[in-house]
Design a binder for this molecule. Structure first.
Ligand code: ADP
Length: 354
């Protein structure tokens, strides 16, 4: 009884939010100036005076500034706990049967991995999410039986790689649609996880295999999308009702434009593929915003994979990550413009996929 009351309340709250704001939230997070930037005397061009209201100002000149509005703005002082607290309601709605997608967008070096993966001392959204899912699942164990599994994928140059796979297979992984209309990648590892310790091991395996086969791990990571998929099967022990839901947690490739003269051969191809998938993501969200009859999910592997969790009544959260430094200002403006376009989305109510 306690659970159904709680669920009814939560649903009512979500419906209210949905009516007023749509299903897409954009949180802007600015990292601190790095030691190098401080010692180089790099100026900080971000103004957080109205951060509490979701406004962020970029000083574009001595007396000019551009202001952007988001659902939340985090200053460099806000920590991982502050950030996760705001993502929590979204994350837990996956246990109520909603599909959810959380992604971090921005130039390389702005904290996408810090926000999603975090560090050993400062764990990020991925770890905290799973920790909470287990916590809530335990609280509800008298009413619900949950089965949680995770997959870790990487999309690099429009190719999907299974980071949990131990077999060095060269088989091309493809996205397929099930009879019920769900999108999945046949043959990938779906690791059943029972507790947070097991999750940590799985995340470590995924993280380690990202490095395999690349000369420069950091460069490789900045040019590929790292995608963690959490699949939740739930069964209501009172009514027998079952739901399947999916939560994607995505650390996107760096959004920076490569200098034209710099990009040749393989680098050029990488840059074009990154550009293609990030703009495909923008296009999908724009098509949802304008209620277009055709949503171009299939224009990139990224959007095709995320299809079940973008649109309909699924919930989306984008972290737009920025640098405070003057030298990054043009990339910062470009990211904030992209995020502003994304934020315009108002999704109509759609049928829930169960
Ligand atoms: P990206 O994934 O966007 O390339 P990283 O997550 O690797 O960027 O961040 C770049 C550096 O900045 C890392 O050393 C990271 O620890 C640090 N960093 C990023 N965001 C923060 C933050 N909010 N607080 C403290 N350090 C941060």
């Amino acid at each position: 009884v306690k659970y159904s009351e709680e669920q009814a309340k939560r649903k009512e709250l979500y419906n209210q939010i949905q009516e007023t704001k749509g299903n897409i939230r954009v949180f802007c997070r600015c990292r601190p100036l790095s030691k190098e930037e401080i010692s180089a005397g790099s100026a900080q061009v971000v103004d957080f005076d109205a951060a509490k209201d979701g406004d962020i100002g970029i000083l574009t000149g001595a007396s000019t500034r551009k202001t952007f509005k988001f659902d939340r703005v985090y200053t460099p002082k806000d920590n991982q706990v502050d950030v996760f607290a705001d993502a929590l309601p979204l994350v837990t709605s996956v246990l109520d049967g909603y599909n959810v997608c959380i992604f971090a967008y921005g130039q390389t070096g702005t904290g996408k991995t810090f926000t999603m993966e975090g560090t050993d001392q400062n764990r990020g959204v991925n770890y905290r999410t799973l920790e909470q899912l287990f916590h809530i699942a335990k609280e509800r164990s008298e009413t619900f039986m949950y089965n949680i599994s995770v997959s870790v994928l990487e999309v690099y140059n429009e190719q999907i790689r299974d980071l949990l796979s131990t077999s060095p297979t060269s088989k091309r992984l493809e996205i397929k649609q099930s009879a019920e209309g769900f999108h999945h990648v046949p043959g990938i590892v779906e690791a059943q996880v029972e507790n947070i310790k097991e999750v940590w091991n799985v995340l470590q395996i995924g993280s380690n295999s990202r490095a395999v086969g690349s000369n420069n791990v950091n460069e490789h990571s900045s040019r590929s999308h790292c995608m963690l998929c959490i699949m939740v099967k739930s069964k209501n022990l009172m009514t027998g009702e079952c739901t399947n839901s999916k939560l994607w947690l995505v650390d996107l490739a760096g959004s920076e434009r490569l200098a034209k003269t710099d990009a040749q051969g393989e680098r050029l191809k990488e840059a074009q593929n990154i550009n293609k998938s990030l703009s495909a993501l923008g296009d999908v969200v724009y098509a949802l915003a304008t209620k277009s009859s055709h949503i171009p999910y299939r224009n990139s592997k990224l959007t095709h994979l995320l299809q079940d969790s973008l649109g309909g009544d699924s919930k989306t959260l984008m972290f737009v990550q920025i640098s405070p430094s003057e030298r990054d200002i043009s990339e910062t403006l470009s990211s904030l413009n992209f995020a502003t376009r994304v934020r315009g989305v108002e999704l109509g109510p759609a049928k829930r996929q169960v």
